[in-house]
Write a protein that binds this ligand. Structure first.
Ligand code: FES
Length: 117
């Protein structure tokens, strides 16, 4: 299968310009899409705004001590890197790329294809 092209969007010049909540998450707009941005041990992660189970707002949850995102509604846990549902319910959290570069914070979205419109 062909690798999907990633389009990168700069969302801020620095971490300090983002609306971080106390739980080290915030919501950002990227190319018309609302994405959750999280930070854990200096690393950035980006993933869907809503939980794949029943639509819980992920940024209202919390990051546990091992770096898993915990949904605020039913407490399902997900790996922020690959979206795997580590508490075993079989869901999959959509994840995106996030990078801290010399000139700012970037989020990478897969290029939209005809089939995903
Ligand atoms: S809505 Fe997220 S675990 Fe149910």
């Amino acid at each position: 299968m062909a690798e999907k092209k990633i389009n990168w969007f700069k969302i801020a010049d620095t971490d300090a310009m983002l609306p971080w909540q106390d739980n080290d998450m915030c919501m950002v707009e990227v190319d018309g899409k609302t994405v959750t941005l999280a930070r854990f041990k200096e690393q950035l992660f980006a993933f869907a705004q809503k939980c794949p189970h029943a639509g819980g707002i992920m940024s209202d949850g919390y990051i546990d001590a091992t770096g898993l995102i915990v949904c605020p509604i039913h407490r399902y846990r997900f790996n922020m890197q690959n979206g795997r549902n580590t508490s075993g319910e079989g869901y999959y959290l959509k994840t995106y790329q996030a990078e801290r570069r010399a000139d700012g914070i970037y989020i990478g979205l897969e290029e939209r294809s005809f089939w995903s419109l």
